[in-house]
Design a protein around this ligand. Sequence first.
Ligand code: SF4
Length: 239
Amino acid sequence: MVVVVSLVPIPFQIIALTQERNDLFEYPLDRLVEIIRDLGFRCTSCARCCTHEFNGHVFLVDHDVTMVKTIDPGALEPAPYPEFCDQNGVFYVSGYALRTKDDAPGSCWFLENGRCRIYNQRFTICRIYPFMLHREPDDAGVVDWRQLSGLNEHGEYHHEAPMEECLTLARQVKEYEYAILTQEIAFLECIQNYFLRANLRHVQKVYDDGMRRFSKGEPVTVMVYYAGELEKHQVKKSC
Ligand code: SF4
């Protein structure tokens, strides 16, 4: 998920993300295909990537949220790390994430006995994982493109991968990352208008206080961006 620093004015955030999306568009598809082929990743069905312990949260783009709503709406929760909090203590986040279970590793809602119970309908991120294409800082703080998550921490490598399969995967990765950035930009535009109309503003101190209350188990209100609208939720930390 793209993490936006709320202290940067929204118009500048929109400009930065639009530039990022342009750069993503320009990233050569054949370079990504080559990387995917060279890595030769093969899933070993260890199911580690479907847990909070291994992978944090699974952020969903809008069309995947639409699908979850038809399969099991209880599997949705507001994505963590909301981007904004207004002066009244209401949080705003750019989308939904998959809910996790209360077991030790924090298994995905759809993971049962180490298998995905909706495998044929699994979501975009689940299909392309562990591949990705976005810029992140490395351990030394150098920002560059990253194309793989969890190198050598799961799965097997250096398997022969058919060219056609790599090409399809590379296309899906670019489309997914493009959709994420598009959703984030649309969210920022929505918030900009919503705040202006309702005379709201982001207040960092209220944000920090709200997060403290939330971490102690108090409920908070979170507005989640979905399909051009903001959906209201009362959220309480599960212990
Ligand atoms: S939906 Fe299925 S594949 Fe995706 S994280 Fe959950 S269990 Fe894993």
